[in-house]
Design a protein around this ligand. Structure first.
Ligand code: ATP
Ligand code: MG
Length: 204
């Protein structure tokens, strides 16, 4: 059997993904939290775990350098890469991608929209019939709506607490998000049995 490598997004997804794996007895040989390593052996002789930034996961899978990965649906939708198969929805790191703004804001033509997700945002507003201009930001997106740097924002929301504490509200739902397991297309062809065994092992 080939040694497969699994890329996991850093940040929130990593915590929940490691819990999901450890419930099924899959563990890294060192804690990714205490180590500077980027590639970990696991207690499964045919599995490596590679830890990468969320938005880089689809790129590694696209290239085939990594066989499969755990990544947010938000990142997949934004990336526009397609050399993979979405084999499972994992129901971890669940949240929503929404349009948010000051209460009472009405969506209209030509708004300025701040977001980490320019492609999703352009498409969504285009479909509504309100083409917009996008301002790409890298963090604390809500701030742009509070300070009037943008008319509205497109961002991930979980409990809604950040919106609430900053006087913002959800104006539209774009997509329900959770993490997905994606597999490089060629790797899926060659290693299908092994990947299906892995899915069974983690109860998917
Ligand atoms: P970086 O901080 O390095 O720019 P990032 O901000 O994309 O990376 P996270 O904030 O950990 O990293 O988000 C990674 C993924 O976790 C997102 O793509 C999304 O799928 C999921 N996620 C983000 N925010 C939430 C949330 N509030 N609740 C649940 N899942 C979330
Ligand atoms: Mg972050």
């Amino acid at each position: 059997m080939k040694k497969l490598s699994l890329a996991i997004s850093k940040g929130r997804i990593l915590d929940e993904a490691l819990k999901l794996l450890s419930k099924s007895g899959i563990q890294c040989d060192e804690s990714p939290y205490d180590s500077r390593k980027l590639i970990f052996n696991t207690n499964q002789k045919n599995l490596n775990i590679i830890i990468v930034r969320a938005s880089d996961v689809p790129i590694y899978i696209e290239s085939g350098k990594v066989d499969f990965g755990i990544v947010g649906k938000d990142t997949l939708l934004e990336s526009n890469l397609a050399n993979h198969i979405r084999v499972a929805k994992l129901n971890i790191a669940s949240c929503k991608l929404v349009v948010a703004g000051l209460k009472g804001t009405k969506l209209k033509n030509n708004m300025k929209v701040a977001t980490k997700y320019p492609s999703i945002t352009k498409n969504f507003f285009q479909k509504l019939g309100y083409p917009c201009s996008v301002l790409k930001l890298y963090g604390s997106i809500e701030l742009a709506a509070v300070l009037g740097l943008a008319d509205v924002v497109v961002d991930l929301v979980d409990s809604g607490r950040t919106l609430k504490e900053n006087g913002l509200t959800q104006l539209e739902l774009i997509e329900d998000i959770s993490s997905m397991l994606i597999v490089n297309k060629a790797s899926y062809k060659v290693n299908r049995n092994q990947i299906e065994k892995f899915l069974t092992k983690i109860n998917i």
